[in-house]
Design a protein around this ligand. Sequence first.
Ligand SMILES: Nc1nc2c(ncn2[C@@H]2O[C@H](COP(=O)(O)OP(=O)(O)O)[C@@H](O)[C@H]2O)c(=O)[nH]1
Ligand SMILES: [Mg+2]
Length: 279
Amino acid sequence: MHQVTKTGEIALSVIIACYNEEFVLRESIAELIDVMNVTRYHDSYELIFVDDLSKDNTVALIFELMEIYPQVKMKLIRHEKNTGRGRTVTDGLLAAKGRIAGFLDIDLETPAHYIPAAAMEIERGADVATALRIYKFLWRTFYRQILSVGYHALEAKVLHLPLKDTEVGFKFFNRERVLPVLTECEDPGWFWDTEIMARSYFAGLKIVEVPTLFIKRYDKQSSVRLVHDTIDYFQKLAHFRREAHRLEAVYRARGFSPAPVRTARTNAVISAGPALLKK
Ligand SMILES: Nc1nc2c(ncn2[C@@H]2O[C@H](COP(=O)(O)OP(=O)(O)O)[C@@H](O)[C@H]2O)c(=O)[nH]1
Ligand SMILES: [Mg+2]
């Protein structure tokens, strides 16, 4: 399944959506590059930074990182207006060159070492490999977990979407297969994550959920405004319902039914590292 990559060709694009990342960027990029360098993609990956008009020193730091790691292919796209996470990731995906392209939140709450596992699923024929967060139980994150479970129960009921974690900031795609779906997505913000997953599902793309350990950080503040963003989400979900049902009807009228969503075996995740190590 693994295709041979010609010298200089990009096999994997990692998009880093940046918004005020000064606090985490240097350490996270070091960790990400450490991971990439031991994979078979060590000489065929690119990092695409998309800055969503950060107010801190993120952009200066990106230029610095470009100098620190001259051997790593890096690109920077800068927004003139703050657009939100969805639009930011989209711009990265549109600029990506890799057969496999995706993004991960650069606070690395879903650690970078799951990238090989996600890439492996795409190499094996999945169109979308998305993280399925496994949380360590903590009272501090309990309300977020409840919200997350509630949201996905609602998604299943309202959108007929059988996915367990659509909102995670860690998704990799077969780039060519997802492009038509990507251009249909409308929401520029957080709801984009639901939209891309729903549209992918109803376009018949093969989705794999990869269980990943989620390590919540307490040394930084979340940019999610819990009450505001939750209300926003529910409104958008209600609004998107009609579109999801339309997509489902169109798809079924063509005689198809959506591909079953698969959960990657956890030991596949563990074995993905060595399997993808460079020779
Ligand atoms: N492009 C863009 N990214 C944002 C914006 N707000 C937050 N993010 C990014 O979205 C990611 C997830 O945010 P985070 O604060 O970690 O949320 P949490 O993990 O859900 O608590 C981080 O990489 C943020 O920098 C925004 O306005 N634009
Ligand atoms: Mg986070």
